[in-house]
Write a protein that binds this ligand. Structure first.
Ligand code: PBG
Length: 328
C-alpha cells in the first residue's frame, strides 16, 4: 500500500467541509425572482378548493387569486401564470376570447392588485375552454385543425393583452403559433406584450394532476401536437422555430424528466430559457413527502437547483412560495 504522503492527494472534499465553504463555492443559486407560480382560477367558486392530487394548490376565486398575488409579490417571486377554469365550454372555446371570461377577468384583477410588481403570464391555449378539451379547434373528423386554431389564439392573445398581460404563455404546440400571434399583437399595437413560448412541450404522463386542476374534458391524448418523449433533435427545431418567429422566452416542459433538453436549449438560445416543473412532478414530491419517504423541503430545493443547473434561468413551479420562504 502506498503512503498517502507518496503522492499529492487532490482533495475536493476540502471545499465541502463546512456549510460556509459549500455556500461560497456553490455554482448554482436559485433566487425567488427566478420562480413563477402557476395558479388556477375557477369561475363560480365561492371559496378556494384544494386540488386533491396537488396538496397545497387550490382552485381559486378571483378574490383569493388577488390575495395570492399580493403574497407572491411580498415573497419576491418573479411572476404568476394564471390558468382559467370556465363554467361553460364549447367547441371553439368562446370563453377564452370573451373579455368577461374568467382568465381575462383574473388577469385584470391581478394587474389591478399588484401593478407591475410581478410579471403576469396568463396561459394562451384553448384546452380549458373547449368542451372536447383539446388545445385547438377540431375538424369534422375530430382532428385538431392547426391553422383554424391559430386564428383563435390570435383573438385570445389580443384579449389577454388588453387585459394587461405582460407575457402570453403560448402552450398549445400548434405550428406557427408564435409568429401568428406576434403579428396579430403587433398589428393591434400590442408591441410590448411578449411571448413566452412553450417551445419544447412533451406529451407527458406527468400532466395528470393539472387535468384535475382545470376540470379537463379531454378524452384521449395530445400526441398529434405535443412532442414525443424519445425525440431531442426535434426539440431543437421547435426551439429554433419559436425564436425565429419572435419568442421572447422559450420554455421546456416538463422539467426534471427533460433536463437534457433544458441544457440543449440553454446552449442554443439567445433568449432566456424557462422550464416548467409541472403538476405531476409536484405531486410526486408531495406524495412521497406525505408518506415520510423523502424530506419535502430538501427535495423541493434540490429539484429547483437541478433545473437551474441544467440551464433554466426561469422556473415555473407550484413550489414557488414554499421555495421562496426556504430561500430567504
Ligand atoms: C395546456 C397546458 C397543460 C399544462 C400547462 N398548459 C396541460 C396539457 O398540455 O395537457 C400542464 C401543466 C402542469 O401539468 O403543471 N394549456
Amino acid at each position: 500500500m502506498p503512503n498517502s504522503s507518496d503522492f499529492p492527494v487532490i482533495r475536493p472534499r476540502r471545499l465541502r467541509r463546512t456549510a460556509a465553504l459549500r455556500r461560497l463555492v456553490a455554482e448554482t443559486r436559485v433566487h425567488p425572482a427566478d420562480l413563477v407560480l402557476p395558479l388556477f382560477v375557477k369561475e363560480g367558486l365561492h371559496e378556494p378548493v384544494e386540488i386533491g392530487s396537488m396538496p397545497g394548490v387550490y382552485q381559486h376565486t378571483v378574490d383569493s387569486a388577488r390575495k395570492l398575488a399580493v403574497e407572491a409579490a411580498r415573497a419576491g417571486i418573479g411572476g404568476l401564470m394564471p390558468f382559467g377554469v370556465p363554467e361553460a365550454r364549447d367547441a371553439v372555446g368562446s370563453a377564452a376570447t370573451d373579455p368577461e371570461g374568467i382568465l381575462n377577468r383574473t388577469t385584470r384583477a391581478i394587474r389591478e392588485e399588484i401593478g407591475d410588481d410581478l410579471v403576469v403570464i396568463p396561459d394562451l391555449c384553448l384546452d380549458e375552454f373547449t368542451d372536447h378539451g383539446h388545445c385547438g379547434v377540431l375538424r369534422e373528423d375530430g382532428t385538431v385543425d392547426n391553422d383554424a386554431t391559430l386564428a383563435r389564439y390570435a383573438e385570445m392573445g389580443l384579449a389577454l393583452a388588453e387585459s394587461g398581460a405582460d407575457l402570453l404563455g403560448a402552450s398549445g404546440m400548434m405550428d406557427g403559433q408564435i409568429g401568428y400571434v406576434r403579428t396579430a399583437l403587433d398589428e393591434a399595437g400590442h408591441t410590448d406584450t411578449g411571448l413566452l413560448a412553450y417551445a419544447a412541450k412533451y406529451a407527458s404522463a406527468f400532466y395528470g394532476p393539472f387535468r384535475e386542476a382545470v376540470d379537463s374534458q379531454l378524452k384521449g391524448d395530445r400526441r398529434t401536437y405535443q412532442q414525443d418523449a424519445p425525440n431531442a433533435t426535434e426539440a431543437l427545431l421547435e426551439i429554433d422555430l419559436d425564436i425565429e418567429q419572435g419568442a421572447d422566452i422559450v420554455m421546456v416542459k416538463p422539467a426534471l424528466p427533460y433536463l437534457d433538453i433544458v441544457r440543449a436549449a440553454a446552449e442554443r438560445s439567445p433568449v432566456p430559457v424557462a422550464a416548467y416543473h409541472i403538476s405531476g412532478e409536484y405531486a410526486q414530491l408531495m406524495a412521497a413527502a406525505e408518506k415520510g419517504w423523502i424530506d419535502r423541503e430538501a427535495a423541493i430545493l434540490e429539484s429547483l437547483t437541478s433545473i437551474k443547473r441544467a440551464g433554466a434561468g426561469i422556473i415555473a413551479t407550484y413550489t414557488a412560495l414554499d421555495a421562496a420562504a426556504l430561500l430567504r
